[in-house]
Design a protein around this ligand. Structure first.
Ligand code: PA5
Length: 469
């Protein structure tokens, strides 16, 4: 396979294209260059340390990758449905890679064409959804992968309890053949449970947090079960990582992109719209939203100063959202940066059929392809935003394959690491999420959370006058 690089075009972030009022001026870029270099140095110096274990994943998983591929082959042969139980970073990456690299209607394909089990990711505890899944699964032919780094997330562990109970009722001692765990080697409850039950277990390496975990067994195992070339995915990630080794705006795409977003945030652009023009990349925008939102949304910086940092990620998809969101992006408040993700060569080409020669308003479409149409619509939207002085950039994938998806994942993680360093925040913690998790434990009466329960009880009663029926 010919290796082709993804590219980032930021012309339309700059004043020369957007205009002096909204566009970023070269002197504004120069003014933050030292900060960008410092951020790059910080990331380079901390590679593989603390919570930055994710930078090394393209290089340090030789043995585990072999085990993943071996186990995945067995799973692929022995089941008709493969179900991930997980949430947040333990679900979004597997979903994004599945959508990007498998057939877009994978689960609807006949078995002979699918070549891998049907795939489901249960990233919610909506009882109706869980029941609906159980209604369609044949447990005899289903394998579950429970994924949780902390090993104690209520949502995932509730699902585990429900599923394990059903499996034990159905298969007794053989229940363990239907469930594989992915969790921390030492910490949390799942590792203890997995040992006690004798479950096959993959480990989430140290220093790899949920939203940075797609390139470890969290994402690699489900991807491999689905037939994705995970070695190529890692190669792509390594390729993007090595392209970012220098603090040079001309070669380091994630660095220049992080720097431009940093300037934009300081100019009040509080919303970051990610808009792929490919249905296969729709869930990549979802994965990115978690990465950007959870990593950058912080009340305090590393010096303890209140900063309320962050930029709200918004997911959109072209062309669908041209008929929903683009009016707002083009004419609404000047508070957004839009990043398009384009694809040079789609994996399919569809010709728009001829006909209706007597209706010129329609017949002009005939003879073109849907590929041309989607590309023209993306360029037209880029043009409309630019004409209206709206900051926008464009990431282009030569095609969607395991290598370019690996590149894209690494691009976004590096970009997030750089901007987090520029904002001087802890990119890797999530105290806001923990607060919610702890409150849930307290509300459900978990031992050790009595004080939190009291704190929740001490809230003022809701006033009925403010509730309208
Ligand atoms: O990025 C993160 O760390 C979080 O979003 C987690 O992925 C999420 O809360 C699930 O946590 P866990 O994998 O511990 O179940």
């Amino acid at each position: 396979m010919e290796i082709k690089s993804i590219k980032y075009d930021y012309n339309n972030m700059m004043s020369a294209y957007i205009g002096e009022k909204e566009g970023i001026k070269p002197k504004e870029l120069s003014a933050v260059k030292a900060k960008a270099i410092e951020a790059h140095e910080y990331v380079a110096k901390n590679r593989g340390k603390g919570m930055m274990g994710w930078t090394e994943l393209p290089y340090n998983q030789k043995e585990i990758v072999e085990d993943i591929i071996f186990t995945a082959k067995k799973v692929r042969r022995s089941c008709e449905a493969f179900v991930v139980l997980g949430i947040g970073g333990s679900a979004l990456g597997p979903m994004a890679v599945f959508q990007a690299l498998c057939h877009l209607r994978h689960n609807d394909l006949p078995k002979s064409k699918r070549k891998a089990p049907k795939f489901y990711v249960e990233d919610n505890v909506d009882p109706e959804r869980m029941k609906s899944l159980l209604d369609i699964l044949d447990l005899n032919k289903t394998i579950f992968n429970v994924i949780t780094k902390s090993g104690s997330t209520s949502e995932t562990m509730s699902q585990y309890l429900i599923i394990m109970d059903l499996l034990k009722k159905a298969f007794g001692d053989k229940a363990k053949d239907h469930i594989i765990a992915t969790t921390d080697k030492v910490n949390g409850s799942l590792i203890k449970i997995a040992k006690a039950e004798g479950l096959k277990t993959f480990f989430i390496p140290d220093g790899v947090g949920g939203r940075f975990s797609q390139l470890c067994p969290v994402g690699l195992f489900p991807a491999s079960v689905l037939g994705v070339d995970i070695k190529m995915l890692l190669k792509g990630a390594g390729f993007a990582d090595r392209s970012a080794r220098k603090a040079d705006f001309k070669t380091n795409a994630p660095l220049i992109s992080a720097t431009l977003q940093y300037i934009a945030i300081n100019k009040g652009k509080n919303i970051n719209v990610m808009m792929p023009y490919a249905d296969s990349l729709k869930l990549m925008a979802d994965w990115f939203a978690q990465l950007w939102g959870e990593s950058l949304g912080k009340a305090v910086d590393l010096n303890g100063k209140t900063v309320y940092a962050g930029q709200t990620p918004v997911k959109a998809v072209g062309v669908t959202d041209q008929h929903s969101q683009v009016q707002l992006y083009t004419e609404g408040p000047f508070d957004k940066v839009v990043t398009f993700i384009g694809v040079e060569k789609y994996r399919e080409e569809v010709l728009i059929s001829g006909g209706l020669d007597n209706v010129p308003n329609v017949s002009f479409l005939s003879g073109h392809t849907l590929n041309e149409l989607i590309n023209c619509e993306m360029l037209a939207t880029e043009y409309a935003l630019t004409k209206n002085q709206r900051l926008n950039g464009m990431i282009t994938l030569p095609e969607v394959n395991a290598h370019t998806i690996g590149q894209l994942l690494m691009f976004f993680m590096l970009q997030t690491a750089y901007i987090g360093a520029m904002l001087n925040i802890d990119t890797y913690n999530q105290p806001g999420v923990e607060e919610g998790k702890n409150a849930t434990y307290a509300l459900l009466g978990r031992a050790g959370y009595e004080d939190k329960a009291k704190e929740l009880k001490s809230r003022p009663e809701k006033c009925p006058n403010y509730i309208v029926k």
